[in-house]
Design a binder for this molecule. Structure first.
Ligand code: AMP
Length: 219
């Protein structure tokens, strides 16, 4: 069983890299941000609790986040392991996580802030299936429509200049100390996230001694 955490600033490609890893290694991809977005989109009580915080680019309270992570991990659909994306994001979450689960590695995607801005402001999300697009690198075949389900593409509510500035500040202040905690335990591999997704994936697999990505074997 393999258990990984993937960390990186907004737009560093955490979701994409986690999906590529999960695809042929039979890992379950857990994204706390995706769980929150699903709840906002479906107007649940949790969605109502987190919507404004998310839109402002701030971190949701630790109690809510830990509850979501605990519930997700107790589903036990991860026989071969998991890759968790977007958690932990501060010291308290890191301690909660390390007390409850042992992990095999932390993948840290490193991207300079100027590149973050360029990527995040070009990001679009499918309003139907949640598929991610980036107008710089992966434009849909028909402008504004999802290639997979045909629904309209929208901009994430927190992908604005203002929210991005807040999120970058939150990241550097609160998430960098998490990396320091994990680094002390020698879990962290830092990978340059500037190249294209395939190159980044190749580098992650080399550094973690994992087999090369096999796109023909979706889980
Ligand atoms: P992401 O998709 O990972 O960028 O997450 C989107 C938003 O969800 C963040 O800006 C936060 O508002 C919230 N969020 C996701 N994960 C966490 C977390 N571990 N702790 C606090 N807030 C979170």
């Amino acid at each position: 069983m393999r258990k990984y955490v993937i960390m990186g600033v907004q737009g560093s490609g955490k979701g994409t890299q986690a999906r590529l890893l999960a695809q042929d290694l039979d890992l379950v991809h857990m994204s706390v941000g995706d769980i929150f977005r699903w709840n906002v989109q479906h107007h649940t009580k949790l969605g109502a609790q987190v919507r404004r915080t998310m839109a402002a680019g701030l971190l949701v309270s630790d109690d809510l986040v830990e509850g979501v992570v605990r519930d997700r991990l107790t589903q036990h659909d991860w026989n071969y392991g998991f890759i968790i994306d977007g958690f932990p994001r501060n010291e308290r979450q890191a301690e909660f996580f390390l007390e409850s689960y042992d992990i095999d590695g932390v993948i840290h995607l490193d991207l300079p802030d100027r590149e973050v801005r360029r990527r995040v402001l070009a990001r679009r999300l499918c309003s139907g299936c949640g598929m991610d697009y980036n107008l710089l690198a992966s434009s849909p075949r028909e402008a504004g429509r999802c290639d997979v389900c045909g629904s309209a593409l929208v901009t994430r509510e927190d992908d604005t200049e203002e929210a991005l500035a807040v999120r970058l500040r939150e990241y550097h202040e609160k998430t960098n100390p998490v990396l320091a905690i994990f680094a002390r335990k020698e879990y962290v591999v830092t990978v340059d996230a500037t190249p294209g997704p395939e190159r980044v994936q190749e580098e992650i697999r080399t550094r973690l001694s994992l087999p090369p990505h096999d796109p023909a074997r979706p889980s």
